[in-house]
Design a protein around this ligand. Structure first.
Ligand SMILES: Cc1cc2nc3c(=O)[nH]c(=O)nc-3n(C[C@H](O)[C@H](O)[C@H](O)COP(=O)(O)OP(=O)(O)OC[C@H]3O[C@@H](n4cnc5c(N)ncnc54)[C@H](O)[C@@H]3O)c2cc1C
Length: 452
């Protein structure tokens, strides 16, 4: 029997934490032995960068960090085949000097390919490039029986799309074959400027959506009244070396400049320190667009330069709340109402990020056409009583929350948010995993596998 040990694990938000039986297989043989010998249910876990309880299971987690080999890379077509434990950071280090780039990447590069597929992650270009899974040619998935199957958008596509965004509920993704996109320099040209309100922010997204490769807004969440939603809007495009971009071979991964060594006392991040931070963050920009040539690290992964920044929130941890509000002609007033609701509940977020999306693919994929807002809240009693109210607001407005960030949603609101596709997905995962071999704290909380 492969070695297991008890470990206290948590997602990136450190809330909740759970004592888990944990395995770290390296070889396929070990993985199959675990599936055969382990009593009880199991769950794949990548880098633990989902925030809530999606990667936790007391019964047994299979950590994929040692399943981390590249299998094939075709530099003429930009197609890479790799084990699921390879991280996006490792993929970028391989691909960028050779002129290729992942079609979409989340806000940290320290995620595994398996985790990126299982959450079907999105980037700042979702409105253009769609979800992670839309660029995956095929996966190899090990089912509860130990059998490994290949599936793709054209072969066993129902299993492929139940696994994309399927939060580990169909099996263990072992391998992923991914199509990358060509780039000709390791830089972007950004246009950054201050916006005065949420209405201005929406206007900026509308102005740039046809021309920008990437768009993101940083909201100063302390602002209220007419200034509610003010912040900084950033649009970016890939450029060539002829336009001043960095030669691909000179690309270097971002060093981690600073590491938060211990959990800070919870009170360090308070309304006042957050207000100061926001003032500092935004003072560099004016209402006139400022054009800069920037490297990938600073634009895509600003937080990765601070190691273990999640410890800033103290031992009790924090919640990241990311919701999607569908686009309607009155979208700016809906976003305003949502932000007002957060303020009325006395919720103040250190970071508030807004992105634009198109409809995603896959049954449980988060994006719809509309805007997502991501907010970070400390884990306090007040916040725990606020989040269900926000969930209700989002569900009542036809929106949904992102499961990769969630720790508190109820089964009722999950079904209200994800609708018919959630019912269909629950039926499919029951067919793929009839004995409920794959479960998580999230699947138990949301009662995904409770079918008689
Ligand atoms: C700073 C930061 C910024 C982020 N920004 C974004 C963003 O911009 N966009 C976005 O979409 N997300 C974002 N995220 C969330 C993150 O990208 C996703 O949660 C990602 O999937 C985490 O990957 P992981 O390897 O850490 O997976 P884990 O957190 O370990 O697992 C997540 C889920 O995937 C399943 N899983 C993992 N590996 C496998 C496997 N091999 N087989 C089957 N199931 C598996 C797990 O069971 C679990 O349900 C961000 C997270 C952080 C910390």
């Amino acid at each position: 029997m492969p070695l297991s040990k008890h470990q206290i694990l948590s997602g990136w938000g450190n809330a909740p934490a759970q004592d888990c039986v944990s395995y770290r297989p390296e070889k396929k043989r070990e993985l199959q032995l675990i599936l055969k010998e382990h009593q009880g249910s199991l769950l794949a876990r990548g880098m633990g960068r989902s925030y809530g309880d999606a990667s936790l299971s007391a019964n047994g987690v299979i950590r994929t960090e040692r399943m981390d080999h590249f299998i094939e890379f075709d530099p003429s077509r930009g197609v890479v085949r790799a084990q699921a434990g390879v991280t996006l950071a490792e993929l970028m280090d391989l691909a960028i000097p050779r002129g290729w780039f992942p079609a979409n990447i989340p806000g940290t590069r320290f995620v595994s390919l398996g985790g990126a597929f299982a959450c079907n992650v999105h980037g700042k270009n979702h409105y253009r490039e769609g979800d992670f899974a839309e660029h995956v040619q095929s996966i190899r998935l090990t089912l509860a029986s130990g059998e490994t199957i290949a599936c793709s958008p054209t072969d066993k596509s129902d299993i492929f799309w139940a696994t994309a965004g399927g939060m580990g509920m169909t099996g263990i993704i072992e391998e992923i074959t991914l199509q990358l996109k060509p780039i000709s320099s390791a830089s972007l040209k950004t246009n950054t400027y201050c916006v005065k309100s949420i209405e201005d922010m929406v206007g900026a997204f509308e102005r740039y959506r046809d021309s920008a490769d990437y768009m993101v807004g940083w909201i100063d969440h302390m602002a209220s009244g007419e200034s509610l939603g003010r912040g900084v809007f950033e649009a970016a495009n890939h450029i060539t070396t002829g336009d001043g971009g960095m030669v691909l071979s000179e690309f270097t991964p971002a060093p981690t400049k600073l590491k938060v060594p211990v959990f800070l006392p919870g009170f360090v991040l308070n309304r006042y320190s957050m207000a100061l931070y926001n003032r500092w963050r935004f003072k560099k920009y004016t209402v006139d667009p400022r054009s800069e040539i920037v490297n990938f690290n600073g634009f895509f992964h600003p937080l990765d330069s601070i190691g273990m920044w999640n410890k800033l929130y103290g031992k009790r941890g924090f919640f990241q709340y990311q919701c999607l509000i569908p686009e309607t002609p009155d979208i700016a007033s809906k976003l305003r109402h949502f932000l007002e609701t957060v303020h009325q509940c006395k919720g103040f977020s250190f970071l508030a990020v807004i992105k634009y999306h198109r409809e995603g693919k896959g049954l449980l994929t988060f994006p719809l056409r509309g805007y997502s807002i991501a907010l970070d809240f400390p884990n306090t009693a007040r916040v725990r009583s606020m989040l269900p109210k926000l969930d209700q607001w989002v569900a009542d407005h036809g929106g949904r929350i992102y499961l990769a960030k969630d720790a508190m949603l109820t089964p009722e609101l999950f079904h209200k948010m994800y609708g018919k596709s959630a019912t269909e997905w629950c039926e499919q995962i029951h067919d793929i995993d009839p004995d409920n071999r794959f479960t998580s704290m999230m699947s138990e909380r949301l009662q995904w596998k409770n079918k008689a």
